[in-house]
Design a protein. Structure first.
Length: 136
């Protein structure tokens, strides 16, 4: 009788473990799906949003983000799937690797992920169209 109850207990535990896995949400692991925008001014600073999954899986973590080996400033985590950063400055025309290093030692490298551009220079003519009131 003891052997039969042990088998029943093992079957119940097995079913409970199986049922627990079926009801869970998708665990897609650590992935990057999209980076917006993929280019920005060589001076840096314009926010970049990194979309993915698994950023905070297993609990809150910190991350260090690099653009071409230069450290970016992390502005905000938005859940497990969105990270907003401020890139450092770079050289106009350089296409750089994006690297994310999480506090639990997970790492993602994406080659040619971001391009530094030289924004169009602002011309004096762009500053005003002359529609404002004239002042003395």
């Amino acid at each position: 009788m003891l052997r039969k109850s042990s088998m029943v207990l093992a079957a119940v535990v097995g079913l409970a473990l199986l049922a627990g896995g079926v009801g869970c949400g998708k665990d897609e692991g650590l992935k990057i799906r999209k980076i917006e925008p993929r280019e920005g001014p060589f001076a840096g600073g314009d926010p970049v949003t990194i979309y993915g999954s698994g950023f905070q899986s297993g609990g809150a973590k910190t991350v260090t983000v690099y653009f071409g080996g230069k450290k970016a400033r992390v502005l905000e985590f938005d859940g497990d799937d969105k990270l907003i950063v401020s890139p450092p400055g770079g050289n106009a025309g350089d296409k750089v690797k994006l690297t994310l290093v999480f506090s639990d030692s997970r790492r993602i490298d994406i080659d040619d992920a971001y391009t530094y551009i030289d924004p169009a220079p602002l011309k004096v003519d762009d500053l005003g169209s002359g529609t404002g009131k004239k002042t003395n």
